[in-house]
Ligand binder design. Structure first.
Ligand code: ARG
Ligand code: GLU
Length: 712
């Protein structure tokens, strides 16, 4: 009891003042929000050096990675390191691009890929790169003509129109792109203006045995030894402006790039991270945390486990399947493992209890304010309802609709009305699908997931078509799979391609069992499940806005940072180990020694490349050692980061690159909802290991020379 009181005592503080190192801060607000704190901790730069609108400051050395068509949803970050558009990001961010070019005979995933001159670089199709030019507060303009007593619908539509106008006006007559995002739950709106490049090429990637060393076993775990880096180059048109891919494009000349600190980091030194964190939910109420911890995460974990285990089983049987499913299993397993860690962290720090504590304070503080008081009751009601509905939804969205043959069938939904562009994209999609599709694997997932679905979904929520099949095959999902897989044409690429190119055949698909089953599941989901979810959640955005507003009014002295939303942010902290549990202390740095200790040729994830063993045996580390003569690999630090921050440059007090971010440590992965400086760590790859691999392992002197000649 005493112990829990003392935990509460210290943890209560968390809600009142933002603790050291917590937060994902806005570059254009550094002066008012955090620069002083950062300088006290060691930063040697002014706010203007880090960010100045429309000029060559550090923000222009950071790139957000996106996909053609949705360039603002940055899935990773990178840092420019040469005056010829070379940038560093993570191996796992570029994994799909490496995989795209890999075959059994020419397996870049296994062997690595290095361009020894620019002509060998490979286009990363559909990858976009955005550089932030400026960011500003446009709240007043966004709220023009909006009044407090307006119905939410009217408010939303005026807001949308305003935002659209702001985005248009911001970049009129330029080649730049604008995006307005909501902050603080929609209490504020900020504009980001980007230059977006679309000709991006792969320059170098280590073999998976380095770039993915430790695989899913070590993922989200400290101590870590993964060489998770990759190099790309931005190409631009003759005017140095963004241009579509062309062999005539020239390497982009950045206005700013990062110089490297070849000494790397040392313990307790100041670091900061610039990048594009995706989503955090720091201001969720206790009801939401309970729902995520007890309902949403556990079932999602269970359903994913079925797919992951089946994929792994088949990958072990066949090297071709290993390549085909490497990217798929990695991304499925990544979220799966994080959800597990999240539950543990939320439990361990009694985050529900802490939030309840805050909510009690909230109730007292607002005892005379019925509007604010009702927020909590409304939250309670919403999350109770979600607790009932969400499991059904998950059996669809995390279950049957993820069976590959069914989701692929779904892409033919509108084929009868398809224009030629849609047809050609279907053809492209079909080629990729079959390149990475293994029928026995998918069939096994089909059987298992369908059985789960049948067992757990009430009869009235089962699509009629499934009910008929269940009856015909006596609920035996093996038999249903036999029937579907033996009759569908969607497992046969020749037949599918023939069908796509012959419009007269398109109607035939309506009778295809895989298509019919997909249609049945997705229609039931769209008509019976989704509307309930939408209705239940419909007031959430407005509630969140009110709740965050009320929290800020209640604690005017504290420095609130807005949740991550794929916009440019800065986090700061120190290189530091931590104590995961009683009597155990983790050091902040790992070394090559640790890789050799893990080396085991019989375990795929720990099979160290012979060349690396040899460099270790010879102690051939060049100038890349730490003060003890060891070769550093990874380090832990207290920068507050999340998904999307992968590949983010980690900088020292003077803004020199000391590493790149790629993960978080297991004991603190609940930090999207609750950050605790004692235990939450980001994991970075030491710049010395990156240089060592490029130099000594790959012998890519062209890249080393480029980096060093830019470093003067
Ligand atoms: N956990 C890191 C992130 O969230 C790395 C993921 C890639 N690695 C993997 N083994 N799946 O993206
Ligand atoms: N690996 C993550 C990413 O892809 C970063 C880890 C995290 O979630 O903090 O962005």
């Amino acid at each position: 009891m005493k112990k829990s009181i003392s935990i509460f005592g210290t943890l209560l503080l968390v809600w009142q003042i933002t603790l050291a190192d917590e937060g994902m801060w806005l570059p254009f607000r550094l002066k008012e929000q955090t620069i002083q704190k950062m300088q006290e901790l060691g930063l040697n730069l002014s706010a203007n050096q880090i960010y100045t609108a429309d000029s060559a400051s550090f923000n222009q050395a950071v790139v957000g990675l996106g996909i053609n068509g949705r360039p603002f949803r940055h899935f990773c970050t990178g840092g420019l390191i040469s005056d010829e558009g070379l940038f560093l990001t993570n191996h796992h961010c570029g994994y799909g691009y490496i995989q795209q070019y890999s075959t059994i005979d020419n397996d870049y995933l296994t062997n690595g890929f290095w361009a020894y001159d620019k002509s060998q670089e490979l286009q990363a199709t559909n990858l976009t790169v955005s550089i932030l030019v400026r960011m500003e507060d446009v709240t007043a303009k966004a709220f023009e003509n909006i009044t407090n007593d307006m119905p939410t619908k009217t408010r939303d539509s005026i807001l949308r129109i305003n935002i659209h106008r702001i985005e248009k006006e911001a970049v009129q007559g330029t080649h730049l792109k604008a995006k307005v995002n909501e902050f603080y739950g929609g209490n504020e709106y900020y504009l980001s203006v980007y230059e977006i490049f679309e000709d991006v090429r792969m320059v170098g990637a280590p073999p998976s045995a380095i770039g993915k060393f430790g695989g899913d076993t070590d993922n989200w775990v400290w101590p870590r030894h993964t060489g998770d880096f990759m190099l790309f180059r931005i190409y631009a048109g003759p005017d140095n402006k963004p241009a579509p891919y062309s062999p005539n494009n020239k390497p982009y000349k950045p206005t700013r790039y990062f110089k490297i600190n070849p000494q790397g980091v040392s313990e307790n030194t100041f670091t900061f991270v610039m990048g594009y964190p995706g989503t955090t939910e720091q201001y969720l109420p206790s009801y939401a945390i309970k729902f995520i911890k007890n309902t949403q995460n556990p079932l999602s974990i269970h359903l994913r486990e079925i797919r992951i285990e089946t994929m792994k089983k088949h990958m072990e049987l066949d090297p071709k399947v290993r390549i085909q499913y490497s990217s798929k299993v990695a991304s499925a397993a990544n979220a799966w493992k994080k959800w597990i860690g999240e539950i543990q962290g939320l439990e361990r720090f009694n985050v529900v209890g802490q939030k309840q504590e805050l909510e009690n304070k909230f109730r007292n503080y607002y005892s005379q304010n019925p509007d604010y008081l009702s927020i909590l009751n409304q939250y309670n009601e919403i999350y109770q309802k979600l607790t009932t509905i969400m499991p059904f939804a998950l059996y669809f969205t995390e279950g049957v609709l993820r069976i590959e043959i069914l989701s692929y069938a779904g892409s033919f939904n509108e084929i009868t009305q398809a224009d030629s562009a849609t047809i050609s994209s279907l053809i492209k999609q079909t080629r990729t699908f079959f390149k990475n599709y293994h029928i026995p694997l998918d069939r096994e997932i089909f059987v298992k997931i369908l059985a789960e679905f049948n067992q757990n979904i009430p009869e009235n929520l089962k699509p009629t078509f499934l009910v008929i099949l269940n009856k015909k095959f006596k609920n035996n999902s093996e038999k249903i799979a036999d029937w579907v897989f033996s009759r569908t044409i969607l497992t046969d690429s020749t037949k599918v391609l023939a069908l796509i190119s012959n419009p007269k055949e398109h109607k035939k698909l309506e009778k295809d069992p895989a298509f019919q089953l997909w249609k049945a599941f997705s229609t039931t989901y769209d008509n019976q499940i989704r509307p309930q979810l939408v209705e239940t959640r419909q007031n959430l955005p407005e509630l969140n806005r009110q709740f965050i507003k009320a929290l800020r009014e209640m604690q005017p002295e504290s420095n609130f940072y807005p949740d991550a939303n794929s916009t440019f942010r800065i986090s700061y902290g120190q290189a530091k180990g931590y104590s995961p549990r009683d009597a155990v202390q983790y050091h902040y740095q790992t070394t090559l020694q640790g890789i050799i200790e893990k080396d085991n040729p019989t375990i795929y994830d720990y099979n160290v490349p012979e060349k690396l063993r040899e460099l270790y045996r010879k102690g051939d580390y060049g100038s890349y050692t730490n003060s003890q003569g060891q070769l550093p690999v990874c380090f832990a630090a207290t920068n507050h980061t999340t998904g999307g921050n992968s590949g983010s440059p980690i900088l020292d007090a003077s803004g020199r690159l000391v590493g790149i971010n790629f993960d978080r440590a297991w004991d603190g992965v609940m930090s999207d909802m609750y950050y605790n400086p004692l235990i939450c760590r980001n994991i970075g790859l030491d710049i010395r290991y990156i240089l060592f691999i490029i130099d000594k392992f790959a012998g890519a002197q062209n890249i080393i020379n480029e980096i060093y000649s830019s470093n003067n």
